[in-house]
Design a protein around this ligand. Sequence first.
Ligand code: DHB
Length: 398
Amino acid sequence: MSTEPQIVRTQVGIVGGGPAGLMLSHLLSRAGIENIVIEKRDHETIYKTHRAGILEAGSVRMLTETGIDGRVLTHGHRHDGIDLRFKGVSHRLDFQDLVGESVWLYPQNEVFFDLAAARARDGGDVRYSVTESEVLDLETAVPKIRFTDATGQRFEVHADFIAGTDGSQGICKRAIPAQERSDHFIAYPFAWFGILTEAPPSAPELIYAHSEHGFALISQRSGNVQRMYFQCDPAEDASTWSDERIWAELQRRVDGPDGFTLKRGPIFEKMVLPFRSYVCEPLRFGNLFLAGDAGHTVPPTGAKGLNLALADVKVLFEALESFYGTGSSELVDGYSDTALERVWKAQNFSYWMTTMLHSREDQSTFERQRILGELEGVVNSRYGQQYLAEAYTGWPHR
Ligand code: DHB
């Protein structure tokens, strides 16, 4: 095999073939802008990675209005509200009544599956299972991606722009010299224990439960598979928990005078999800642009991660389309500021939902009572409910 890399010329090189990278590739191709996606994992591994399950209305529109031809409308489920539960009492927030929007329960791995199928259908250039990838010459007019493909062939992509959509552990953010970026970061003293169970839904809509024993989220996947989470220690080892112990822990966090009881079934997946808030600023270095988790991470409460990634992609796509259509780099130059405006709103929302719903072991009685006051303030006020509903269903895309 030759050691000389094969040179491939394209307009936009995309590092990372998760939902953000594939959506960007899809939009660019539709606009006639050449692009190549590289991804280190294989299709199967990405598809089997369980992530959050809630799509904002705007994310659904991005899928349905751009010809993804996905199954979100046929296999997803529209949710017009959620339950906020505390002191053992449920309070329904009616999103349609409050803000005239809904969300869709449609897992991220299905979004990936639909996007990958659309790219394959449309002849998109997506290289899975690549190794030895690196990005270089980012501050020049010809930024490059080097990689080895699944057959062992070396490539060097010469592009006008590189999009870093390679997630929080990716190579793109790390290619930005430390003195060229600010890392805004906070850690939390807890994580989520997530399960998948073969059981009927316990309730018609998602339940976000705050209790003295900690937070629990009763989510869903389908008529016979449910997704649930409960707040745990970040060092927790999921494999040591029996089904019985998990059900008891979940149940005591939703217990209340209404006698609400979770519908149990066999648990076939257990995992501990890390928790952090992070923003890289700016989301640009030379001709490298970060989008999605590559540039920022939110804690899972409120399911903003994928939605934020798709919103970044929309802004980045429109900037690139404008550049190739008009020659003006105004929107490209504005990408980071424009995207970060929504990112910081979502950071605040995710942080707020997290701190309002979780409890800390070292919490003072003042803090415990203050949180209950905050929850009462939300559910007893139409304005409070509307703030939550607007953020949860997603601010309008610009
Ligand atoms: C799910 C995850 C979330 O973080 C959330 O806020 C709602 C739902 C889920 O995986 O179903």
